[in-house]
Design a protein around this ligand. Structure first.
Ligand SMILES: Nc1nc2c(ncn2[C@@H]2O[C@H](COP(=O)(O)OP(=O)(O)OP(=O)(O)O)[C@@H](O)[C@H]2O)c(=O)[nH]1
Ligand SMILES: [Zn+2]
Length: 205
């Protein structure tokens, strides 16, 4: 995997003025982006989000998942801290791409869960590869992270790449009736650590 740094610019957002760094992955032709705020090169663990592309959730307001809510919450948290990084990784649909994700959604409309739908389409449950994070973080001078995620596979993947995860910070946002079953499947079959799924159950008891 070869990643070229292409250019950096400012990115003003409602949450703060980030620096935007663009990268090109030669083998796949994918274009990836990192947003940073503050001095991330000091060596202190950096508040970080590895966000996998979800066009439907990030840009089209989908309630089928929690991605858009997590994206906004992560940028707000970085802005509140005054320092942090968000890697926006072009791994749409856990790596199967947008059109296959729509195929998977169609199967889910018929009753399959998110993992069963991937398998019916001939894919593994999660095809993402986080190797590209290493050159992105190295370019930005970041060695250790406080990682905002509920996904233990992400933590392990980074550690296997030699990146220190000093802390895992839960990022639970956007639970709604349309994504409840999806989030339960993620917790049950993909190992996501989602405390908010149990809060409702406790209040019912
Ligand atoms: N194949 C498939 N991909 C989906 C589906 N719903 C969301 N995605 C994709 O899943 C990715 C987000 O994965 P999540 O499991 O929500 O989150 P995560 O990044 O693994 O973990 P967190 O860091 O806790 O958010 C994005 O690339 C979405 O496009 C689905 O039903 N099927
Ligand atoms: Zn999503």
């Amino acid at each position: 995997m070869t990643l070229d740094f292409i250019a950096a610019s400012k990115l003003p957002t409602p949450f703060g003025i980030f620096a935007m760094h663009g990268f090109f992955e030669r083998e796949t032709g994918r274009e990836h982006v990192a947003l940073t705020l503050g001095d991330v090169r000091s060596g202190e663990p950096v508040l970080a989000r590895l966000h996998s592309e979800c066009l439907t959730g990030d840009a089209l307001f989908s309630l089928r998942c929690d991605c858009g809510f997590q994206l906004e919450a992560a940028l707000r948290a970085i802005a509140d801290e005054g320092r942090g990084v968000l890697l926006y990784l072009r791994q749409e649909g856990r790596g199967i791409g947008l059109l296959n994700k729509i195929r998977a959604y169609a199967l889910q409309d018929e009753g399959a869960d998110t993992v069963e739908a991937n398998i019916k389409l001939g894919f593994a449950d999660d095809l993402r590869d986080y190797a590209l994070c290493q050159p992105m973080l190295a370019h930005l001078g970041i060695k250790a992270l406080k990682l905002m995620t509920n996904n233990p596979r992400k933590v392990k993947a980074l550690q296997d790449l030699g990146i220190r995860v000093a802390q895992r910070v839960p990022l639970e946002h956007g639970l709604n009736p349309h994504n409840l079953h999806y989030l339960k499947t993620k917790a049950g079959k993909l190992g996501h650590m989602l405390g908010l799924l149990h809060q409702g159950e406790e209040s019912k008891d």
